[in-house]
Design a protein around this ligand. Structure first.
Ligand code: NDP
Length: 334
């Protein structure tokens, strides 16, 4: 394996971090030929958990693991970073106003953006997992003026994978037989999981659903069952499991980075990327789109024609992104 790739993971002492680190070190993210140098960033209260994870990484004796460095200094953590997985965020506490949440996260993602700007490698790529992910990515990007905008992304791959899982069950087909699913908009309850272009074993999903359920029942299933179940899956996991999703969130993060770096060979997936105005989304917003990965870049799938239902759902989610952007702008965080 060539020279190691430097990967900074924030909130590395948390639940998702714990699930993520071992898969990265095993080669699941960058492949069996790429060794990795891990830099774990935590706040002081999280350092013990991150240091414990570092000890366990040593004990796992991964041949691809070059080194592990634990720090609470963002400058040190992002120095030389090729990849930044921004997981640590301020969770919404009981009674917390949205403005307080955005402000608390501004205090995290602004300085991290500045540290990325100052010290990361020229090819740095960032994915924000910590919520509100799209807007946190926007804040980090705004503090990294020398880094190309398209290197800042937010995770909607978990929503995408959840949509695949639900369709797989409904259509009684393995996920590998389903293509062209898409998540549009914000990583939030307003997101739009879109199957209008999806295919199963090469056949249009809407056609198969109509055939199996009848057109009216299919339409109702999509709007009243499928979409809310995907958008509210996080709450369902908390209800059933007793705590939030962790391994699936880590797995989606691995998928996102792997497909960004290695490409998707033409297959669609979903990622929140900076809009350059595609599909009427205001330029500069970090918005989820159907994308393909090629040459180390995300490409928004061009030329789709959302129907009236889709256009209205996309617009509603984009409106929320605009409101979040305006709120952080008013707080002076952009
Ligand atoms: P988790 O590791 O479970 O979650 C981390 C973040 O990921 C949360 O903001 C969470 O958002 C978000 N997230 C996104 N998608 C999902 C999903 N599908 N399921 C669950 N979470 C999701 O949280 P922990 O509290 O265990 O760990 C967070 C760590 O981050 C702590 O160790 C803390 O010390 C650290 N931290 C580090 C910072 C830094 O490095 N500067 C700054 C702030 C915190 P949501 O809240 O909406 O669930």
């Amino acid at each position: 394996s060539g020279s190691p790739v430097t990967i900074t993971i924030t909130g590395a002492g948390g639940q998702i971090g714990y699930a993520l680190l071992f898969r990265i070190a095993s080669g699941a993210m960058l492949g069996p030929d790429t060794s990795v140098r891990l830099k774990l960033l935590e706040i002081p209260q999280g350092l013990g958990a991150a240091e414990g994870a570092a000890l366990e990484l040593q004990d796992a004796a991964f041949p691809l693991l070059d080194s592990v460095d634990v720090t609470d200094d963002a400058g040190r953590a992002f120095d030389g970073a090729n990849l930044g997985l921004l997981v640590g965020a301020r969770p919404r506490g009981p009674g917390m106003e949205r403005a307080d949440l955005l402000e608390a996260n501004g205090g995290i993602f602004g300085p991290q953006g500045a540290a990325i700007n100052a010290g990361a490698a020229d090819d740095v790529r960032i994915v924000v997992v910590g919520n509100p992910a799209n807007t946190n990515a926007l804040i980090a990007a705004a503090h990294a003026p020398d880094v190309p905008r398209d290197r800042f992304t937010a995770l909607t791959r978990l929503d995408h994978n959840r949509a695949l899982g639900q369709l797989s069950e409904a259509l009684d087909a393995p996920v590998g037989e389903i293509s062209r699913v898409a998540i549009w908009g914000n990583h939030s309850a307003t997101q739009f999981p879109d199957v209008s272009h999806a295919t199963v074993r090469g056949r249009p999903v809407p056609e198969v659903l109509d055939e199996e359920m009848g057109p009216d029942a299919a339409r109702t299933w999509l709007s009243d069952v499928f979409i809310p179940r995907v958008a509210q899956r996080g709450a369902e996991i908390i209800r059933v499991r007793g705590s939030s999703s962790v391994a699936s969130a880590a797995s989606a993060t691995i998928d996102h980075v792997r497909d960004w770096v290695h490409g998707t060979d033409g297959a669609w997936t979903s990622a929140a990327v900076v809009s350059t105005g595609e599909y009427g989304v205001p330029e500069g917003l970090i918005c989820s789109y159907p994308v393909t990965g090629a040459d180390g870049t995300w490409h928004v799938v061009p030329g789709l024609e959302p129907d009236a239902f889709a256009a209205q759902r996309i617009a509603a989610s984009v409106e929320e992104l605009v409101a979040e952007r305006d709120a952080v702008r008013a707080l002076g965080l952009l």
